[in-house]
Design a protein around this ligand. Structure first.
Ligand code: S3P
Length: 442
């Protein structure tokens, strides 16, 4: 596969102004392919995220015999094969950088009559998979991993699954979703207790496809034996992508940005709550519903941010937004403290260490802790930082340019394509001085 070394160059200062519609939600796009493939009938998806992670999921289902047309202009047509219609893939399923693809597929594939092997890029191959293989084994699944519990995952099909109740040790939507998908194929009921609320797109979309899912307090459950019926899915813009411009507008003097049609599912809006606690000026406009998910336009204007203690209950609701929230904290007056966020260490990179390292290059007083970070706001210099191939780190440091006193160079940015391929284009249109130089290499 051809690989591109991509470097971002950001000129300091400037502001953000105008309106933008950022691309579709990554979590919802993945699930639309999965449930559309397992449904009976033809599912039409609009607003689909045409980015590498979601294309990995799409290719995996195509490799299992599902006819999928698109994506073109965000539209995908999925000819569902029903819950029992997937075919054995001829090869290993390569999932690139996508943790969501691997964790959700592991549950789904554990319930199939055929064997499969899931692989990924060097980052994905380091990420913990025991969190899914442990409970799946309790359900009767037969899965081999490396000694460290990482991928490749070799899933032996044809093993009957039985429903279990699982108390999740970490608040993870990927683990919850993995078990619910396995539960579609398990004898009896499968139920999962979450220690704190996590994104609920899987439950919502299962219901949208006509599958009964129960929620009682912290426990979500379903029984096997149902069927999925094709439906149309309208994917809202990804609040996790919008978050870069929300923070950008909050920190750039004179900024005024409206982000359109953003998903504001309450299990995803921690970034809004945290920014508001810091004093950000955020308006939710024209709140409405689209395809079973709440959406709105979000207007953000520059304001004076103050450091805060981030409430731990908000951590799972803003889990992907911390790289850019650390940038907000670096621009705030006083100290910001994050705790209870050890999960950040096992994302596409160790987001605590990598962000602290980069912020320190820029002269920010940032101290990593085992489960979070302590930051003191102050002036930010320019410099050269490493994204370690993590899309959200690359985009977060781009936004820092709005308040830096010198140019910022960000290395290893190719993976911005995993979630937000049009980031540079939209950022430039809103007013960020950013350039991307991509040098193709072998
Ligand atoms: C996701 C869940 C979260 C999130 C990831 C997408 C999902 O991961 O970080 O980007 O789509 O279910 P965890 O379940 O590991 O918290």
């Amino acid at each position: 596969m051809q690989h591109h070394q991509v470097t971002f160059h950001v000129q300091p200062g400037g502001t953000l102004q105008g309106e933008a519609r950022v691309p579709g939600d990554k979590s919802i796009s993945h699930r639309s392919i999965m449930l559309g493939s397992l449904a009976e009938g033809v599912t039409r998806v609009s607003g689909f995220l045409q980015a590498e992670d979601c294309l990995s999921t799409m290719k995996a289902f195509q490799a299992m015999g599902v006819r999928i047309e698109g994506p073109a202009d965000g539209c995908v047509t999925i000819h569902g094969v029903g819950l029992h219609g997937l075919q054995a893939p001829a090869q290993e399923l390569y999932l690139g950088n996508s943790g969501t693809s691997m964790r959700l597929l592991s549950g789904l594939l554990a319930g199939q009559p055929f064997d499969s092997v899931l692989t990924g890029d060097p980052s994905l191959s380091k990420r913990p998979m025991k969190r899914v293989t442990d409970p799946l084994r309790q359900m009767g699944a037969h899965i081999d991993t490396t000694e460290k519990g990482t991928s490749p995952l070799r899933i032996h099909g044809g093993t009957p699954l039985k429903g279990i109740h699982y108390d999740m040790p970490v608040a993870s939507a990927q683990v919850k979703s993995c078990l619910l998908l396995a539960g579609l194929y398990a004898e009896g009921r499968t139920s999962v207790r979450e220690p704190a609320p996590t994104r609920d797109h899987t439950e919502r979309m299962l219901r949208g496809f006509g599958y009964a899912v129960q929620r009682e307090g912290e426990v979500v459950s379903l029984a096997s034996g149902g069927r999925l019926t094709a439906c149309d899915v309208d994917v809202p813009s990804d609040i996790s992508s919008a978050a870069f411009f929300m923070v950008g507008a909050a920190i750039a003097p004179g900024a005024d940005v409206t982000l359109q049609h953003v998903g504001i599912n309450p299990t995803r809006t921690g970034v809004i709550d945290i920014l508001r606690l810091m004093g950000a000026d955020i308006e939710i406009l024209n709140a409405r519903e689209a395809g079973g998910e709440p959406v709105a336009d979000i207007r953000i204007r520059a304001s004076h941010l103050r450091g805060i203690e981030i409430p731990e209950a908000l951590v799972p609701l803003a889990i992907d937004e911390f790289p850019v929230l650390f940038v907000a904290a670096a621009c705030a007056e006083g100290e910001t403290r994050l705790t209870g966020a050890e999960e950040l260490r096992v994302k596409e990179s160790d987001r605590i260490q990598v962000m602290a390292d980069g912020l320190r290059v820029l002269g920010v007083d940032a101290t990593p802790t085992p489960d979070g970070m302590l930051l003191r706001g102050g002036p930010m210099a320019g410099g050269e930082v490493e994204s370690h191939g993590d899309h959200r780190i690359a985009m977060a440091f781009s936004i820092a340019g709005l308040r830096a006193q010198g140019p910022i160079t960000i290395r290893d940015c190719a993976n911005v394509n995993t979630s937000f391929p049009t980031f540079v284009e939209i950022a430039r249109r809103l007013g960020l001085s950013i350039e991307s130089d991509g040098r193709p290499s072998a």
